[in-house]
Write a protein that binds this ligand. Structure first.
Ligand SMILES: Nc1ncnc2c1ncn2[C@@H]1O[C@H](COP(=O)(O)OP(=O)(O)OP(=O)(O)O)[C@@H](O)[C@H]1O
Length: 746
């Protein structure tokens, strides 16, 4: 047994030592005295240790002790030696036990302890064996021997069947019921306006505008907004793809509801993100309001505030002795305190005849505005009161809610749902307030119900954002294509749908250094070819060149010299089609327009840019002449990505990659509108390829009714062949233009 375990000796059973001495066996051989007569082991040992101590004291080298005080040194020496001898005796005793002197005692060890010991011994042996094995394995490579491996034949080891993992099917929705269970309508559904209960005068008007039947979004919204059985007494959120006719869907019921207004009251506010969209919605609203007394006004940042104030609010004197007195007292108080309100009701009071107070009336029934300018009017236009507003429309809602223009949503909600300030209350409101202030009644605020319609092609189910619009009994309406597969993201998250009449193409432009040449190639070769049915005459003059290239995919044929045919662009683009090119910034848009006209001079007259710096009037004119076909290619920043409705826009080109999925959806949605066909081309560099294909072309967020984005390979050599020199010259000239030595394209 290893020494470690031999050290432990179970105590001698006490009973044995207390037993009376056994009588000596008469054989006489046993000369051992009886146990109690023998000195006990401890006694023997203590005697032995005493001897040792004595010897230790004797042997102690006294000379080595520091001589301080004779008596103390002796005492110290003695105590040291005593301790040393004690330790030694203990050690000897232990050694004796270890080396078998206790064999006799082992025999007397109880059975129980023996079994414990044997078990312990077994465990130790196993441990020892494992340790030895590990040590051997470590040493094997050092000794240059390969570790022994477990060998198997070629048949794979049988594995247990994998445990089937049940697909995760949530039994709950994290969205509130109105978002989780929307009203869905098939995008192809059309119903006649008359069947939807639209007044005959409006049906006639719409027919004149070429709108025979109501489109899907209109067919679902009109009954929900018209008085009748299907009317929804609450707010409505609409998610319908680009170009689906949302503008008419909200404007028609509003105009119908207000058509009998004789005196203007501000009854509907329509908020859109850009002034271009204000102009566009104004055009549709004016078309519907003809023949009624309704007035439609606009509020956009590009017009002076004072000009708009005069149009939006009309002041007239109202005879009221009591109120005049009260207001004069208040004005006097202000004058004394030194805090005089500038441009407020007191200014108007000074211009009133005796005993008359200013009474404010709205100059418009429908106001179409951008959010920033709306906030300005709420804050600083005296008499701009929202007490009569019954409709609030927020178009392109996701963009408006994502960009918190001056906290517009909160300011507007407070103005809509709050009480009219006391000085501006009309007789009806004052009466209501007096009744509410009665001690016996519970105070009811003088606010009114507003119906909210919130729309977007990329509506996001973001509750925190939507909550800022303080909905009441909301419903979500989704217009979708039946062919569209239910994408995972569409169930709980956001999925966007592209028009089914849209064809998408993607072109790799390498590292992007020759991107303008690729663009030129697509413009002159692919798009031009696409329009050839309208350009037969123009084409006949260019016989033998690209006449069979009607398909965009045939561009790989290597038509290398398109830009060397003067006048081709001009002839081609006089067709019906229009092209909208998106650049990432206003600067890029201007530079690209300049470069295109340098690379291919016939394009100069056909290309214009729309930038943020264009004045309201200028951009209105520009869009007007683009719609009218005076020029064919418009280069714009993302400013033009939302809502713009340009007739016969056949092509959208993403020259610079869209910054987000929603931006892509809105950009390409400028074409293929209201059931018409359209093409979207995207140029992607090596670094943009991953994002484009994963997120946009093959991602689960964009639904395209089973269609796919087609990859068009353009031969880099054929794209640049013969144009490199012109390109480099054009770049030099452009640099000159940027530095102010040459003119730029508008
Ligand atoms: N009932 C209809 N019949 C035919 N065309 C219609 C009808 N209603 C609207 N349109 C046309 O559809 C086009 C797109 O309409 P609109 O601009 O309202 O789309 P939208 O859904 O607001 O698009 P976006 O989301 O891009 O702003 C317009 O040219 C409009 O004249």
């Amino acid at each position: 047994m290893p020494a470690l375990y031999e050290r432990w000796v179970p105590p001698k059973p006490a009973t044995k030592s207390r037993l009376p001495p056994e009588p000596a066996i008469s054989s006489g051989r046993d000369t051992k005295p009886p146990a109690e007569l023998l000195p006990r082991e401890s006694e023997q040992k203590s005697e032995e240790s005493k001897k040792l101590e004595k010897r230790a004291i004797e042997e102690l080298p006294l000379v080595e002790q520091p001589i301080q005080d004779a008596s103390t040194s002796i005492v110290t020496d003695t105590s040291i030696s005593t301790q040393a001898s004690r330790k030694e005796s203990k050690k000897r005793k232990r050694d004796a036990q270890i080396h078998g002197q206790s064999n006799e005692e082992d025999k007397t060890t109880p059975k129980k302890h023996k079994t414990i010991l044997s078990k312990f011994e077994k465990v130790f042996k196993l441990g020892e064996a494992a340790r030895n094995k590990a040590k051997d394995e470590q040493e094997l490579p050092q000794r240059g021997e390969a570790p022994t491996k477990e060998l198997h034949d070629l048949v794979p080891l049988p594995q247990p069947d994998p445990v089937p993992v049940a697909p995760f099917e949530p039994t709950f929705s994290t969205l509130p019921p109105w978002l989780a269970k929307p009203i869905t309508v098939n995008a192809t559904k059309t119903v006649s306006f008359a069947a939807l209960g639209v007044h005959s005068t409006f049906v006639k008007k719409l027919e004149k505008q070429g709108h025979k039947d109501a489109l899907a979004v209109q067919s679902v919204l009109l009954p929900m907004l018209h008085p009748g059985f299907e009317q929804h007494l609450g707010d409505i959120c609409v998610s319908a793809r680009t170009g689906s006719g949302k503008t008419l869907a909200y404007l028609l019921p509003i105009v119908e509801a207000l058509k009998d207004h004789v005196v203007s009251t501000l009854s509907a506010i329509i908020v859109v993100p850009t002034r271009q969209l204000v102009d566009q919605a104004l055009k549709v609203a004016e078309g519907l309001c003809t023949g009624t007394k309704l007035k439609v006004g606009t509020a956009v940042g590009s017009v002076p505030l004072a000009t708009e104030q005069k149009l939006l609010v009309k002041v007239r004197p109202q005879y009221d002795q009591r109120r005049t007195k009260k207001l004069h007292e208040k004005a006097f108080e202000q004058l004394q305190s030194g805090f005089i309100e500038q441009g407020g009701i007191f200014d108007d009071l000074m211009n009133m005849p005796v005993d008359h107070v200013p009474e404010y009336e709205s100059g418009v029934d429908i106001l179409i505005c951008t959010p920033g300018r709306l906030v300005e009017h709420i804050d600083s236009t005296t008499g701009f009161l929202l007490r009569d507003v019954k409709w609030l429309v927020v178009d392109e809602a996701d963009q408006l809610l994502n960009q918190d223009f001056q906290g517009w949503a909160n300011v507007l909600m407070d103005a809509l749902h709050g009480e009219t300030p006391a000085d501006f209350m009309n007789a009806q409101e004052r009466l209501r307030k007096r009744r509410a202030d009665n001690v016996w009644s519970v105070r009811t605020p003088a606010h009114h119900e507003v119906r909210k319609i919130v729309l977007s092609a990329t509506m996001q189910k973001d509750l925190t954002k939507l909550r800022s619009l303080r909905f009441k009994r909301p419903r979500l309406v989704i217009v979708e294509d039946e062919k569209d597969e239910q994408l995972p993201s569409a169930i709980e998250g956001d999925a966007y749908e592209l028009p089914s009449t849209l064809d998408e193409y993607a072109v790799s432009v390498g590292n992007g250094s020759d991107k303008p040449l690729y663009l030129l190639r697509i413009l002159l070769h692919n798009i031009d070819a696409h329009n050839q049915d309208t350009l037969k005459t123009a084409k006949s003059s260019n016989q033998g060149e690209s006449s069979n290239d009607s398909s965009p995919d045939s561009s790989t044929s290597g038509h290398s010299n398109s830009e060397s045919r003067p006048g081709e662009g001009q002839q081609s683009f006089v067709g019906k089609g229009r092209v909208l090119i998106f650049a990432k910034s206003n600067e890029n848009a201007s530079r690209l327009a300049h470069l295109l006209s340098l690379l291919h001079p016939p394009l100069r007259a056909l290309v214009k840019t729309l930038t943020r710096s264009s004045t309201s009037q200028k951009s209105k004119k520009l869009l007007g002449s683009f719609s009218g076909g005076k020029f064919k290619i418009l280069i714009a920043s993302d400013l033009a990505s939302r809502g713009l409705d340009i007739p016969d826009l056949t092509h959208v080109i993403n020259y610079d990659m869209a910054p987000s999925i929603t931006s892509y959806v809105h950009r390409v949605g400028r074409t293929a509108r209201a059931g018409k066909e359209g093409q979207a081309w995207t140029l992607f560099t090596k670094t943009e390829a991953g994002w484009f294909w994963n997120q946009i072309a093959k991602g689960s967020t964009v639904k395209r009714g089973g269609k796919k984005v087609k990859r068009v390979e353009l031969n880099a050599k054929s794209v640049t062949e013969g144009t490199k020199v012109t390109y480099e010259e054009a770049l030099r000239e452009l640099r000159g233009a940027v530095e102010g030595t040459a003119g730029a394209v508008e």
